[in-house]
Design a protein around this ligand. Sequence first.
Ligand code: FAD
Length: 417
Amino acid sequence: MSGPGRSIDTEVAIVGAGVAGLTAARALQTAGRSFRLLEASHRIGGRVYTEMLDSNMPFDLGAHWIHSDQVNPFARIARDLNSKVVPEQDHYVAGRHFVDGNWLPPDACEAFVAFFDRQVAHMTAAAAAGPDRPVVDVIDNDSPWAPYFYLFFGQNYSCDVDMISVRDASAYRQCGIDLAVRSGFGNLVARHGADVPVTLNSAVSEIDTSGPVVRVRTNRGTLRAAKVLLTVSSSVLANRQIRFVPGLPEWKLAAIRELPMGSCMRVGIVFEKPLPSEPGASFTTRFGEEDPLHFRNRPCGHDCIEVTTGGRLAAWMERSGEAATLDYILARLRQVLGNAATPVTRCRIVSAWDGDEWTRGAYSYAVPGAQAQRQALAMPVDNRMYFAGEATSTRFYATVHGACFSATDAVALLLAS
Ligand SMILES: Cc1cc2nc3c(=O)[nH]c(=O)nc-3n(C[C@H](O)[C@H](O)[C@H](O)COP(=O)(O)OP(=O)(O)OC[C@H]3O[C@@H](n4cnc5c(N)ncnc54)[C@H](O)[C@@H]3O)c2cc1C
């Protein structure tokens, strides 16, 4: 990669072509600065990725929602690229509940939404007063609705209520409603990023800042740059897949350690015959003391069902494999449809982010006491090594727009120094 006789090959080496890396590349392009965008995998988009579940049926294995449409750049990008979006408000908490063989009455749904909102208010109050604690310490765990709160909390934060800082959980900001992209969020990001120059299949294994230029070692040679911008996930950093010479300072290592990634699994299933619409677009099932499970029926009008799980349940599902995951989900669905109506599966798709070498988890959370570590993770080292990516966002972590904003901020810092 490096050319003889030149001190550097490019001004900025960007590591990772997920949303943060792509956004950074565009910002540098706009500023008229040279860069090389290095991506380990064979594609761009990182954790925003769509595959076909069936013919004409795209399925998002990673990010699905354009959250917070009022601030999310992808709401405008979807419009500009004529991508159909489906607005949904409270799409997860406001559904029906099937418990021990019966549908709960409609007002149960409202009761749960009210319970959910009360717990969020408890979290906000607890975050403002007293020491930081795990979320489990400040919510009403004795309520019959508590297991449902755990379910949706796990989806939102990719970890369980006992693992995450109440300050971090309540720092997140929602601005507006969520939009689902009918043709797939991953496809939208891939279309939007198609004209950004990127070197694919180029895994960075070492970053050496010991000399006057930054040396970025990859499986395809070494690149010499003035600065480097890292956008890889906090788990990729924690897993030491990139060696730093000299080693990262202790404050940066602490930030990486205390912002681990949780688990989130998305499953899509197409049946030989579409499910009856009777259960509604969004419903949960629960029998006895088991964990409830949440279904979306015909998401975005596609004839399939979608299941999203988070936290330990998602991690367990991924470890157990596709067959066990499908058995688990179908057993729950039989509770609603009755054994006689066991649907015949035609095709399915199951995500596996924990095992993905270039991600190693779904999205970041802060352990109790570590909310400020997001700012530390975002801070440059030595004015030559910059950091972006969802985990560095204080208000919009774990999201696509958080990754975008973090990259814009990191590039502004880099250009100012
Ligand atoms: C199941 C799931 C559901 C989600 N749902 C939503 C949602 O509905 N809405 C939402 O807004 N967000 C959602 N998210 C979160 C969202 O996908 C992420 O916050 C966002 O995509 C992160 O972007 P990023 O650029 O920070 O990181 P990434 O997307 O992880 O990008 C980092 C890039 O770096 C590359 N890389 C890693 N190591 C190296 C290396 N050594 N050398 C070179 N390249 C490397 C990776 O391949 C990757 O392309 C979801 C995520 C998951 C997993």
